[in-house]
Design a protein around this ligand. Structure first.
Ligand SMILES: Cc1cc2nc3c(=O)[nH]c(=O)nc-3n(C[C@H](O)[C@H](O)[C@H](O)COP(=O)(O)OP(=O)(O)OC[C@H]3O[C@@H](n4cnc5c(N)ncnc54)[C@H](O)[C@@H]3O)c2cc1C
Length: 279
């Protein structure tokens, strides 16, 4: 299918990209890997008048570790996150689609797009990470809990460029990622990620659980987290906590699964993710 007509620029600095985006008005869009935006344009669900391609802007890609935090440039591609030895973030990125998509799609693009079926948003939420957005008014940090507003809607402004993603290294935590889909390259019907920190006596010192596709935004499974904190990390406590994984969720029913089936998946996948994270 053929997209509607659009203009295209590929600026060579962040300032030029910001100027082009602002000058382009509300119909201008940033282009990163293009693996969400271009399909929408081909389906005529999006018809930007101007695409501002970020691929020539220097300094927007790369992974750095600094004082317990992993800093990823917004244009870092899924394939590099998957191979970057970043624990849960790498495990989740490795499940995104197929090699073709992972070689083009970027972490900034997937977080800015705000698709609740995407893999990385729930990971950022569980790790309590943040992003940096640069706009005409300056630079601001947005913590993950404030980033995802609704289906395909984030708090990154229309004139903002997401420049960096920060994920705590989560040293001392185990992790697990379980995603359920019909074919390996599909989006998650539901996915659950977990970080678990074990105390010296074998109880759960801390646990963070993120859910994918259980509402119009990624969610924390707060009831399950509260049920496990301070409890022994044995099969019984883990299963009891995971039973609460769907509390407070509003999963959208779709062609693949009813809301009830998604709640069932959330409970099962959360149990498996916690089990892996506790090993
Ligand atoms: C066949 C297929 C299967 C897929 N399967 C999965 C999957 O299983 N799991 C998954 O998580 N994803 C999946 N995806 C989506 C893929 O991960 C995309 O790469 C990702 O969602 C968007 O990243 P992108 O870099 O391609 O962004 P683009 O498509 O270029 O942009 C997406 C949106 O974000 C905006 N944007 C991009 N970069 C920035 C920035 N730096 N600052 C502000 N706004 C920005 C754009 O303007 C646009 O609105 C799939 C895609 C395809 C085509």
């Amino acid at each position: 299918m053929i997209p509607a007509r659009f203009d295209y620029v590929a600026p060579e600095s962040l300032d030029e990209a910001l100027s082009a985006l602002t000058a382009g008005g509300e119909d201008a869009k940033l282009l990163a890997g293009g693996h969400s935006l271009i399909p929408l344009m081909k389906l005529r669900l999006a018809a930007p008048s101007l695409l501002v391609d970020l691929r020539l802007v220097p300094g927007l890609a790369g992974i750095q570790r600094e004082n317990g935090t992993v800093r990823l440039g917004a244009m870092t591609r899924h394939v590099d996150v998957a191979g970057g030895g970043l624990g849960l973030a790498s495990a989740a990125a490795a499940t995104i689609a197929d090699p073709q998509v992972r070689n083009r799609g970027t972490i900034g693009g997937t977080l800015a797009h705000g698709d609740p079926a995407s893999d990385m948003p729930a990971v950022l939420l569980a790790a309590e990470g943040s992003v940096t957005a640069r706009g005409p008014g300056g630079t601001r940090e947005i913590v993950a809990a404030d980033l995802f507003e609704d289906f395909l809607t984030t708090t990154i402004g229309e004139d903002d460029i997401l420049t960096e993603v920060r994920i705590p290294a989560m040293d001392g935590y185990g992790f697990g990622y379980h995603k359920f889909n019909r074919r390996q390259e599909d989006w998650a019907m539901v996915a659950a990620c977990a970080y678990v920190k074990k105390a010296g006596d074998g109880t759960c010192e801390d646990v963070r659980i993120g859910l994918t596709h259980m509402a119009s935004t990624p969610l924390r499974a707060s009831a399950a987290e509260a049920a496990l904190r301070g409890r022994p990390l044995d099969a019984q406590s883990i299963a009891a906590a995971a039973e609460q994984a769907a509390e407070g969720t509003e999963p959208p029913a779709d062609l693949n699964a009813s809301a009830d089936y998604k709640r069932h998946l959330a409970r099962v996948l959360t149990r498996r993710a916690i089990e892996d994270a506790s090993e």
